[in-house]
Design a protein around this ligand. Sequence first.
Ligand SMILES: [Zn+2]
Length: 153
Amino acid sequence: MIVFDLVCAPLGHRFEGWFASSDDFAAQQDRGLVSCPQCDSTQVSKAPMAPAVARKGNQRSETPAVPAVMSGPVPQEIQQVIARLATMQAEALKVSTWVGADFAEQSREMHYGEREVETIHGQATLDDAKALLEEGIAVMPLPFPVAPPDELN
Ligand SMILES: [Zn+2]
């Protein structure tokens, strides 16, 4: 067995994966069998080697995700993909209920049968999201920022 430090492309989550060999990893990755435990993305690759020191000490101090922007000549194909993603997110949000900062609480209530199950979206910190995933509650990061509905007027 061999352990690889892996990183997901969408959000840069780092995690470890065990494989029989380097070829086994490549084969599983090809078939989309390797997914990020935090966001389920199958766009994963081997992470650049972290300095040994960083792993021992404050491994918890992860770099917070920063909203990224792009400018300059962006290939049209990529613009189209991003535009399609944005449209898909907008479609998904139409059938989802905004719960704002109550997201973690309401996700738990649904999971434990204390509330009617429906699609919800809202705000959660990275720690909230991690805690939910650890409890076996499926949460998914949205690719684009969402303005709280009550701030739109
Ligand atoms: Zn991830």
